[in-house]
Write a protein that binds this ligand. Structure first.
Ligand SMILES: [Zn+2]
Length: 281
């Protein structure tokens, strides 16, 4: 059986190499943004195994510890996955309760918060307390599509690594037309956007997902002050930090609706109108 992080070592080699070097002096809190949800989780498991595996070139992927981490059966690994529902304050408190005890094994205890945007404000604040308390032996890994949709205080206490974005988009003229239409609509309220999303069979879930992920990518670029696409330049020029985060939440909600099987055209129309409202309030 191959490790769950095997594939991501080839798709995100730069980040994997960076984590390997970082393991000598691991930051208390690591934030992985960008890439895909699967890649972020795979890299977080790689990170946990890199810190805990005792073999000569960790993570070996074969030893008892590596296998336990791969199965989420390791006593020193806490995996809270926001992709499976919101992360409650009670869950965070349960984890906090054990952080004062030393880890069971020789490595650190690793707490992974996957899709950490699923933390409610109460849960995020409880987590923040843990990040601020200097308890040795505990290492946190936060995973999110982009830092803009997390509580800024969580981000500021974390070492941030940005995964490469999935390829695609640049070589898809259809997608570029949709993005142009979206940019025009949220800027002026005009153009073909509402006409396109008004035809209910006009866009499938895959295309809608690609459009929303391009908006996420534009938000990250806007947040960095390094906008490369027309959409990112528009967002950077019109939105402050708080509004960038709000757009991030709109996009997250839209992606969730798509996942839940909502009509893609309706989801896009709704998300664009909310973005328009934010830009023009
Ligand atoms: Zn190992």
């Amino acid at each position: 059986m191959s490790s769950p992080w095997q594939h991501v070592l080839s798709t995100q080699p730069r980040i994997a190499g960076f984590l390997d070097r970082l393991a000598g002096d691991p930051p208390r809190s690591l934030l992985l943004e960008g890439g895909t949800m699967e890649e972020r989780l795979a890299l977080a498991l790689f990170w946990a195994a890199r810190l805990m595996c005792r073999e000569s070139s960790p993570p070996c992927g074969q030893c008892r510890i590596c296998l336990q981490i791969a199965d989420d059966a390791c006593r020193d690994l806490f995996l809270l996955n926001g992709a499976e529902g919101s992360i409650s304050i009670d869950t965070v408190r349960e984890v906090r309760a054990v952080l004062g005890d030393p880890p069971a094994g020789q490595g650190p205890r690793v707490v992974i918060l996957a899709e950490a945007q699923a933390l409610g404000d109460g849960a995020a604040n409880a987590l923040l307390k843990s990040l601020e308390e200097p308890r040795p032996g505990n290492v946190f890994a936060l995973l999110a599509p982009s830092r803009e949709i997390l509580l800024p205080t969580l981000v500021s206490r974390s070492f941030v690594l940005t995964l490469g974005w999935p390829r695609g988009g640049e070589d898809d003229p259809g997608l570029q037309e949709w993005l142009q239409a979206l940019a025009e609509f949220i800027q002026s309220g005009r153009g073909v956007w509402l006409e396109w999303t008004g035809r209910k069979g006009n866009v499938d879930a895959r295309r809608a997902d690609a459009i929303l992920r391009e908006v996420q990518r534009a938000l990250v670029q806007a947040g960095y002050g390094n906008p490369a696409t027309a959409l990112a330049r528009l967002l950077a020029s019109r939105l402050d930090v708080v509004a960038v985060r709000q757009v991030g939440v709109i996009v997250e909600n839209a992606l969730e609706s798509l996942d839940a099987g909502a009509n893609p055209a309706v989801v896009l129309e709704w998300a664009a109108i909310r973005m328009w409202n934010l830009l023009h309030k």
